[in-house]
Design a binder for this molecule. Sequence first.
Ligand code: SAM
Length: 252
Amino acid sequence: MNMTQLAAIGPKLRHEFKIVYYLYKTDVPFGAYAAYVRTRLRKLIHYREFTRARSAAAARLNQLGSFTTDWFSAHTFEWNRVFARKQWRDRPVAALEIGSWEGRSSAYLLDTLPQASLLAVDTWEGSDEHADTGMATGIEARFDANTRAFASRLKKYKGRSFSFFATQTLPSASFDFIYIDASHYADDVLCDALKAFPLLKPGGVMIFDDYLWQWYPEPRHNPAAAVNAFLRLKRGEYRLLAAGDQMIVEKR
Ligand SMILES: C[S@@+](CC[C@H](N)C(=O)[O-])C[C@H]1O[C@@H](n2cnc3c(N)ncnc32)[C@H](O)[C@@H]1O
């Protein structure tokens, strides 16, 4: 190890310590913290595979459409592990996405899983963090264009997730896969999680985005507080497949 590598360890350790403290402040269950450590180690050990998955996803999606943001490609290493574990590449998969933006995660799912169908729920108006940035302008039109190749396997619900859950009569255990990536305000994340979980089939997978994201100054307003509360409420009903920037839960 040379001096530059040695000097880089200090800030990395500080960063890790801050995450541990943040998880503690958001009431992380011990099992979720253990999953965080396992996921972190997996990323370190398979770093080449992680970067390959990220670049391949970014390149493929740029062929499929036109995107102004990429909050997604870094997650494909863990998503691909889930798809392989569940052998979803050659099976029909019913998916629900709460929060689709301009369709990057939606297009990845529909492109990677050729037999999947997706119900995408979004206001297409943006979230708190996009207010006054102009970023949300034209997102629905971009979503439509970016997912056009998959139109036969895609349905949209335009509106708030609360109204989706309140008005759509879906039988319980309707979905194999649920992605929660809409409002990141903790109360909203918790409501989405509690309403979505009964819709997930046993053995199905639910992913929460931005588990470690800290946009609201008060830790208990951020997604980790909601996800940790959800994990405590549903203890025994799931297995944790990964915990990092995303929390990945498999229903028992
Ligand atoms: C972070 S973006 C989703 C990103 C997308 N999954 C991706 O990977 O590219 C969050 C989306 O949630 C939507 N949203 C925010 N609050 C919502 C709510 N209460 N109900 C439905 N959608 C909401 C926003 O309009 C925005 O498109």
